[in-house]
Design a binder for this molecule. Structure first.
Ligand SMILES: Cc1cc2nc3c(=O)[nH]c(=O)nc-3n(C[C@H](O)[C@H](O)[C@H](O)COP(=O)(O)OP(=O)(O)OC[C@H]3O[C@@H](n4cnc5c(N)ncnc54)[C@H](O)[C@@H]3O)c2cc1C
Length: 306
């Protein structure tokens, strides 16, 4: 077990954490960036198209942008530890982060930039058939799904938007909603007008079935357990924040996102949060990066005036 002292430890090297680390470095804070994965970028690993609204980013997909972040961190000399997760946060005189492997780091300030992950169904067959019919984005997999019978799982805007796109491509679409539909009225009405679209409410997917590829889903609803033949399953259940490890010490909202004030301070003195983990009004790279920068401005004032 080792103990390292830092002015600022940043948890998560997605856009929020990387931006914060660069700002911290240029403001001469003694910073360490921790990332559970083997490289920075966070959700950018899943962005398989060119994001067009990121100022200064002219060409390249999410992984290319993540690669640019790797070079930027190295160029700025930011100390980063990859493959290390924060597993707990305790408070006594200082803040102590407990890490993978039992290491601990004491810090004057902690910035949580741990982001979010897509929610999964968690049923048999989902992981087995991922990439073989199970998709998390109809946009991304539109060529493979076009014109085929597809089950879309979820009741929000994203699920209905995906269902509308697939219906527009000529396929039969069944939308399976666990509870009630939350998608905006416009999407509901447009889908209701599609001849080959069906919405099943109060229905749970209990298994994804197939052999080489997906060929059906098993659902349980008011009419008991049934199977629907399909060639694709698009899972659109929203995202969950990566806050399980700090949930016992930070104030969270009902869905587990970190509550912050206008300066991105959490309910725990010495701890700030930035990016998707705070449930911003817009979950996007520039917002995460901007929050990372703002949080560092507040942290620097707090640390240096202490
Ligand atoms: C398919 C898709 C398309 C998108 N398209 C766009 C787009 O076109 N334009 C746009 O601006 N945005 C887009 N986004 C959204 C954008 O990617 C996110 O808003 C942004 O990545 C959020 O950054 P973040 O740093 O807050 O979190 P994340 O990107 O989620 O990064 C968090 C990081 O923290 C790490 N981490 C988590 N827990 C721990 C822990 N306990 N210890 C150590 N490390 C931890 C994770 O491994 C991850 O690397 C898209 C997202 C997706 C999924």
């Amino acid at each position: 077990m080792s103990t390292i002292e830092r002015e600022l430890v940043i948890v998560g090297a997605g856009p929020a954490g990387v931006s914060a680390a660069l700002w911290a470095r240029s403001r001469h804070l003694d910073v360490l960036l921790l990332e559970g994965a083997g490289a920075p970028g966070g959700q950018l690993a899943h962005v398989h198209f060119q994001p067009r609204e990121i100022v200064g980013w002219l060409s390249g997909d999410g992984p290319a942008l993540a690669m640019a972040m790797t070079r930027q961190l190295a160029g700025a000399g930011v100390p980063v530890r990859y493959g290390i997760r924060a597993e707990g946060l305790t408070v006594d005189q200082d803040l102590t982060l407990r890490l993978t492997g039992g290491d601990r780091i004491r810090a004057r300030a902690v910035l949580v930039a741990a982001g979010a992950r897509r929610r999964r169904l968690g049923v048999p067959g989902e992981r087995e058939f991922e990439g073989r019919g199970v998709s998390f984005s109809a946009t991304l997999d539109r060529e493979r799904l076009a014109g085929r019978p597809v089950v879309v799982v979820g009741g929000g805007d994203a699920a209905f938007e995906n269902a509308l796109m697939l219906a527009g491509l000529g396929g039969e679409v069944t939308v399976v909603v666990r509870g009630e539909v939350r998608a905006r009225r416009e999407f509901r009405e447009r889908l209701a007008a599609e001849r080959k679209a069906l919405v099943l409410r109060q229905t749970h997917v209990v298994a994804v079935l197939g052999d080489e590829r997906v060929n059906a889903v098993r659902v349980r609803g008011a009419q008991g357990v049934r199977e629907f033949a399909c060639e694709g399953v698009v899972v659109k259940l929203g995202v969950s924040p990566n806050t399980e490890w700090c949930a016992d010490v930070l104030g969270l909202d009902g869905d587990g996102f970190i509550r912050v004030d206008a300066g991105l301070a959490t309910t725990l003195p010495g701890v700030w949060a930035a990016g998707d983990v705070t449930r911003p009004a817009l979950a996007a790279v520039p917002v995460a990066a901007g929050q990372g920068a703002l949080a560092v401005a507040a942290i620097r004032s707090a640390v240096r005036s202490a």
